[in-house]
Ligand binder design. Structure first.
Ligand code: SAH
Length: 239
């Protein structure tokens, strides 16, 4: 197993990577790498290199041409669940291949996220991307309200879906079987669900209401299930 580390563009100078003290600690003390050992350095934007540990820096040996990324982009608009629930969503959905997280403050969102939450989510996304051998670290944007998110969604050229409960809606899988998936936005609600106004506004903005099955899933489970379905259909023949 080769360890992976995301580095910032500013840390790289020609073929050298200047490691932060945190990264040195991680490589030396946690992973127990020794002088001359190799690891994968990635910029989180799609590029990766084999690097060799030398003192407090690392030398780039060669570029890696690997691709574990999905051929389409998936943006998750998730109404923030209670407590630390969004941590789990970011971790699992990064593993599954999500491109971007847009945390949403919806009408029934109970959480008022503190400023350090965003940093925490970004750290979780970075660690999960390293762990699941991705080349790209998903973007986690600042929480915004749903009205603003719908405006942003219109600007992106994507197929948009909103997960709804207790209404007649076609299953996500059926939609994807009828129309090959291109870039997607999937919106999931909080513990109390979306309000009817939110669903109506989303539909007016071009979102398709979708079902994820006959049972009510928790706010944490729903995005993970939705992304799993997309990934299964996109990758069924390629991995
Ligand atoms: N309290 C609500 C359920 C909220 S579940 C109720 O009783 O109806 C949290 C969110 O997960 C929902 O807003 C929806 O976006 C999604 N979700 C959960 N189960 C789902 C299902 N079977 N189909 C589609 N979306 C679902």
């Amino acid at each position: 197993m080769v360890y992976r580390l995301v580095i910032e563009a500013t840390q790289q100078e020609n073929e050298q990577i200047h490691l932060t003290s945190q990264q040195q600690h991680y490589l030396n003390r946690v992973l127990r790498l020794r002088e001359g050992d190799r690891f994968v350095a990635m910029d989180g934007l799609g590029k990766a290199w084999i690097a060799q540990l030398i003192g407090t820096s690392a030398s780039i040996l060669e570029m890696l041409h690997e691709s574990t990324e999905l051929p389409i982009s998936i943006t998750l608009m998730t109404a923030l669940p209670k407590g630390n629930g969004f941590d789990e969503i970011v971790r699992c959905c990064t593993e599954l291949g999500v491109t971007a997280f847009m945390p949403i403050l919806s009408d029934r969102t109970l959480l008022n996220p503190s400023a350090n939450k965003l940093d925490r989510w970004r750290k979780i996304a970075t660690e999960a991307a390293e762990q699941s051998e991705r080349q790209v670290v998903p973007i986690v944007s600042e929480p915004i309200n749903f009205t603003q998110a719908l405006k942003d969604a219109i600007a992106l050229d994507a197929d948009c879906y909103i997960c709804v409960t207790r209404t007649e809606a076609k299953h996500l899988l059926t939609h994807l079987q009828e129309k090959p998936a291109k870039n997607l936005i999937v919106a999931t609600g909080p513990e109390g669900g979306w309000t009817q106004t939110e669903v109506d506004n989303a539909i007016a903005a071009g979102f398709h209401p979708i079902s994820l099955g006959c049972r009510i899933l928790r706010a944490i489970t729903a995005p993970i299930v939705a992304v799993s379905i997309v990934v299964a259909i996109v990758e069924q023949q390629s991995c």
